[in-house]
Design a protein. Structure first.
Length: 571
């Protein structure tokens, strides 16, 4: 009849035949009927699940995007099998070992350096320890003190370092896990979180937690979103949607917490996340949307306003990663610079990560994660009421934590103050604008380098129009600069800091010199006919990223990176 649902003919006939056998007195008939029904039901649910996923894929990526994704996956898998072939595997292993050995020779001190691999039989006297510490502090390194390092050290002035050291010394043994033993640390930690909440215009009832760094802040925000979706909506296969430029900590959170990641393109010329594609990828398993203010690679602030509207419409949490922007982005307006909405004033923003150890000038090991409500913060808590050691509760991943770092962070914020952060924003962002203008107006740099997007804060990323940008990176390294090489697209970025503010003109002059030198090399290679034969010499960055960018399967790069991590713990 119209409007009624009927079983498929084969299933209906099987049901009727089994029913007839049951009426005929067959003792196994009922069991056969139940088995057939269960088998058909399981098969139906299997088809339903994969059909739903396929529809979500087509909706989110489109037909061409889905086909391209399938092609790239197949290409990656097949190339992975190729790399496992006996002859190929032997060659790759040899090259990886050679590269790791080269890294080790650079990072691990060789002959002439005393290595301490066991405890001394008798403890050293204090003067001997101090002498060795001085030797270690003086080891050959990139001169961050002279402003030659992108990011890494954001303040570095002696007066603040001395204050932080004094604060650390007063709370060396303090541990926030025991607030009754160290009430001063508890007070300072709560006040740091309150100050940062105020900086980001948090509403009444907002809450936050201090963490060990930006990665932990991001991990906790992702965990909170996952737990919220599980307890409130029953989501057991969580997914989150990221700009492809979002910090890699989100991908780490996906792997740690079993959250499926959807990456969304950030196309030129804006290099902001494509919010229309974000909207198409949302489904019933989506637990979190993400935006950056700004992102690490290119220094671009995503369109947080559009993401906020989307989050409100779909009733999904939105996290804004402001770890890098930290204490600069909130002061852009007051300093007279262009800005974009990014904080809790946008109703869809439910959490923000902010690193106090970056432009807040606190010591490394300090960050915060902020939530619109206390309920969201509670989703990141861990509580065990039945442990034999007593009721256990911790606000984040760590149990014991260094109260000394919290004290040094509090001292930094109180010492610099709002006026100091406004002044640092004026200096750092103002210098960033000067460097951008210089690159865009210089006769050589403007024709060779292209700045990505419209960076509004402290990071400038640029690519080369005709040269290998990684050769430029190696040229800058040879002059003592420590800049960041990027990929997808190949580029370099500079994260300006207070130390760099003092020497930005030297940075610009060296960049001009390197680009000119690379242009001369390029012309010479072309004249000699070596360009087409690929005989040009490559530095470390050019070699690494050249290989990484050309491989459809990145397993070789993973092996190199794993070898690098192993070297870090080689005494």
């Amino acid at each position: 009849m119209p409007g009624t649902s009927r079983m498929p003919i084969s299933l209906r006939e099987g049901f009727n035949n089994a029913r007839k056998r049951t009426r005929a007195g067959n003792p196994l008939a009922l069991g056969v009927l139940n088995l057939d029904l269960i088998r058909n039901l399981v098969f139906f649910l299997f088809l339903l699940r994969w059909a739903r996923r396929a529809l979500w894929k087509l909706k989110g990526r489109g037909l061409l995007g889905t086909l391209l994704e399938v092609y790239l996956d197949l290409r990656r898998i097949l190339y992975g099998y190729f790399l496992r072939l006996p002859g190929v595997r032997t060659t790759v292993r040899k090259q990886v070992d050679e590269a790791v050995s080269k890294l080790q020779s650079k990072l691990v001190p060789g002959t002439g350096t005393t290595r301490y691999l066991t405890l001394p039989k008798e403890g050293w006297d204090r003067d001997a320890v101090r002498k060795e510490l001085e030797t270690l502090a003086s080891m050959d390194h990139t001169r961050w003190e002279d402003g030659y390092v992108s990011g890494a050290v954001y303040h570095g002035e002696d007066d603040l370092l001395q204050l932080q050291t004094e604060a650390y010394g007063k709370f060396t043994v303090a541990n926030p896990i025991h607030p009754d033993v160290f009430p001063g640390v508890r007070k300072m930690e709560a006040e740091v979180v309150a100050m940062v909440l105020g900086l980001f215009n948090a509403p009444h009832g907002a809450a936050g937690v201090s963490t060990s760094g930006g990665t932990e802040s991001i991990l906790m925000a992702c965990l909170s979103a996952r737990q919220k979706a599980y307890f409130e909506r029953g989501v057991t296969e969580p997914e989150m949607i990221l700009p492809e430029t979002a910090h890699v900590a989100f991908r780490k959170a996906g792997e740690y917490f079993k959250i499926k990641i959807h990456l969304v393109a950030c196309p030129a010329p804006s290099y902001q996340v494509d919010t229309r594609r974000v909207g198409r990828l949302i489904n019933s398993n989506t637990v979190l949307l993400v935006g950056s203010a700004p992102n690490f690679p290119h220094g671009i602030i995503d369109d947080i306003s559009s993401l906020s509207k989307l989050a409100l419409k779909k009733k999904i949490p939105l996290h804004v990663d402001c770890c890098l922007g930290s204490f600069l982005v909130p002061f852009l307006d007051k300093a007279g610079f262009e800005s974009q909405p990014f904080d809790f004033r946008l109703k869809g923003v439910t959490s923000i990560s902010c690193d106090t150890h970056k432009y807040g000038f606190a010591p490394k090991g300090n960050s915060t994660v902020l939530y619109r409500t206390q309920a969201l913060r509670q989703y990141q808590y861990y509580v065990d009421p039945a442990w034999s050691g007593g009721v256990y509760a911790s606000p984040g991943i760590a149990g014991s934590r260094p109260g000394a770092l919290i004290a040094a962070c509090w001292a930094s914020l109180m010492s610099v103050g709002e006026a100091g952060y406004l002044e640092s924003c004026t200096q750092i962002v103002g210098t960033t604008k000067k460097l951008i203008e210089h690159i865009q107006s210089h006769p050589i740099l403007s024709t060779e380098l292209e700045i990505l997007g419209n960076p509004l804060v402290s990071v400038i990323a640029f690519k080369s129009k005709t040269l290998n940008i990684y050769d430029i990176a190696d040229g800058m390294s040879a002059k003592g600069w420590h800049l960041n090489a990027l990929q997808n697209p190949p580029a370099i970025h500079v994260a300006l800091t207070l130390p760099i503010v003092k020497v930005w003109e030297k940075l610009a002059a060296d960049l001009e010199s390197v680009v000119e030198a690379e242009q001369e090399k390029e012309r010479a290679l072309v004249a000699e006919g070596k360009k087409a034969k690929g005989k040009s010499q490559q530095g470390d960055a050019a070699a690494l990223y050249g290989v990484a960018g050309s491989l459809p399967n990145k397993s070789v790069v993973v092996e190199l990176a794993t070898g690098f991590l192993d070297i870090l713990y080689k005494a």
